[in-house]
Ligand binder design. Structure first.
Ligand SMILES: *[C@@H]1O[C@H](CO)[C@@H](O)[C@H](O)[C@H]1NC(C)=O
Ligand SMILES: *[C@@H]1O[C@H](CO)[C@@H](O)[C@H](O)[C@H]1NC(C)=O
Ligand SMILES: *[C@@H]1O[C@H](CO)[C@@H](O)[C@H](O)[C@H]1NC(C)=O
Ligand SMILES: *[C@@H]1O[C@H](CO)[C@@H](O)[C@H](O)[C@H]1NC(C)=O
Length: 397
């Protein structure tokens, strides 16, 4: 039964109980606690889109080519970046190996979690096909079903064994209460029809999107989860791809070159998400439902790239066309296309460490590292969630 799964107790909570017990028995003692930060997270289960896909989409539909992965993996790794993603840095910080994609049938190791994210995933079930509009069939509800299936498979094994099933390593059954659950999804619901239906049209279904994210947290709680990080939506009005593709005029650009109208719509969406999670938190009193304001970190990086050691905010490292954005929707990073009888290919900057945007849509490893630093710092958690007190955080260099 789900309810028999022990939920993880946080280190700080345990410490206060110890102090309480000592004071009850009246023992006078020198409190010489070396507050040993002991991290209880044995695994991470992640749900998302390309912002956190560590190879799921390409496991199902292999095709990725260079220059993806050039900075860290030195080859395409199924990640939509030149290197590591926020989820990779989070795993490293918690002392865990990178997450295997749930869809990866060869060489996966699920003892420390699984990643259900796939590129181009939406929260709401798509009404179209991958082969028509490029939207992934693995929407959030499918990812949740995969998680449920994963748990059933784990439960069918001897609970004390870690064992191979096929070629995959499985965790023990008590893992589900000792894991961090991360959700980083919604960007494709927001942007995939935006050019066609406009902000007003898109806003019609945002309440459904946030409701489904909140429901997913509740379902994961019922599966034994108790610590949830839900990352909000980035300021897509600063993304090179959207600056090129979404209709706007110069009066819609702010002093940082970002589109005001679209960024305001993101803020409205994020407020809605935050409120939905506030309500969810009240119903799951022994859980940590944390809203992570990555939006603020992204915005700061786009506005002041140089304060953070970067050179370019709204210009893509990999793309076609040069100029302010180096983005052309006809020739996406890594692709080639015959135009006017000649083949055009994208170019890649030699210094992705100086860019916030990798390909116009996704962050570089450099930006992902800055964002993860900020997350780990705890300033962007609502309510506060001092990860560094619960866990001995490893450097993410
Ligand atoms: C699987 O990952 C665990 C850490 O969660 C590690 O201890 C183990 O060595 C890994 N096994 C293989 C075969 O990679
Ligand atoms: C810019 O776009 C906005 C909204 O689309 C419109 O109201 C405004 O008139 C436009 N301004 C100019 C100078 O074209
Ligand atoms: C292709 O040719 C058309 C018409 O001459 C021109 O407008 C367009 O810019 C050309 N495209 C490229 C990529 O050179
Ligand atoms: C966390 O971030 C805040 C705001 O950026 C900063 O003032 C603070 O020094 C940071 N703390 C740590 C421990 O890095």
């Amino acid at each position: 039964m789900d309810h028999q799964i022990p939920r993880r107790n946080l280190g700080g909570f345990r410490l206060s109980i110890i102090i309480w017990v000592f004071s009850i028995v009246g023992v006078t003692m020198i409190m010489n606690f070396t507050v040993e930060a002991k991290c209880d997270f044995k695994a991470i289960f992640n749900f998302g889109d390309s912002n956190s896909d560590t190879g799921g989409f390409w496991a199902a539909f292999p095709a990725q080519s260079g220059p993806f992965g050039m900075t860290y993996f030195k080859k395409p790794s199924g990640r939509a970046s030149d290197g590591r993603l926020i989820i990779d840095f989070l795993a490293q910080a918690l002392g865990l190996p990178f997450l295997s994609p749930y869809l990866q049938s060869i060489g996966s190791n699920f003892t420390h979690g699984a990643n259900y994210a796939t590129l181009a995933s939406t929260v709401l079930l798509p009404k179209t096909s991958l082969f028509v509009t490029g939207i992934s069939p693995f929407a959030l509800s499918i990812q949740l079903n995969q998680m449920k299936e994963f748990k059933i498979r784990v439960s069918q094994q001897n609970p004390s064994d870690t064992l191979y099933i096929g070629q995959s390593l499985f965790p023990t059954y008590d893992i589900f209460g000792q894991s961090l659950y991360t959700l980083y999804i919604g960007q494709n619901d927001f942007t995939s029809n935006l050019a066609a239906i406009g902000i007003h049209g898109m806003k019609q279904y945002l309440p459904q999107v946030v409701a489904q994210i909140a429901d997913t947290v509740k379902e994961l709680y019922d599966l034994g989860g108790s610590s949830f990080l839900v990352l909000n939506l980035a300021p897509i009005g600063c993304y090179p791809a959207f600056l090129v593709q979404l209709p706007h005029n110069n009066s819609d650009l702010d002093m940082y070159g970002c589109m005001i109208s679209y960024n305001n719509a993101v803020i409205e969406y994020n407020d809605m998400l935050k409120n939905a999670l506030d309500r969810t938190r009240k119903t799951l009193i022994d859980a940590h439902v944390i809203y992570v304001d990555t939006h603020s970190v992204y915005l700061e990086i786009f506005r002041h790239p140089m304060y953070h050691g970067l050179q370019y905010g709204t210009k893509a490292c990999c793309g076609f066309g040069g100029g302010d954005y180096n983005f052309d929707p006809e020739v996406y990073c890594g692709n080639r296309k015959v135009v006017n009888g000649s083949t055009i290919t994208t170019t890649t900057c030699s210094d992705p460490e100086n860019y916030a945007s990798w390909d116009g849509i996704h962050a570089t490893e450099a930006a992902n590292k800055l964002i993860t630093w900020a997350i780990l710092n705890g300033t962007y958690f609502d309510p506060p969630f001092p990860l560094g007190e619960y866990c001995e955080l490893h450097p993410i260099g």
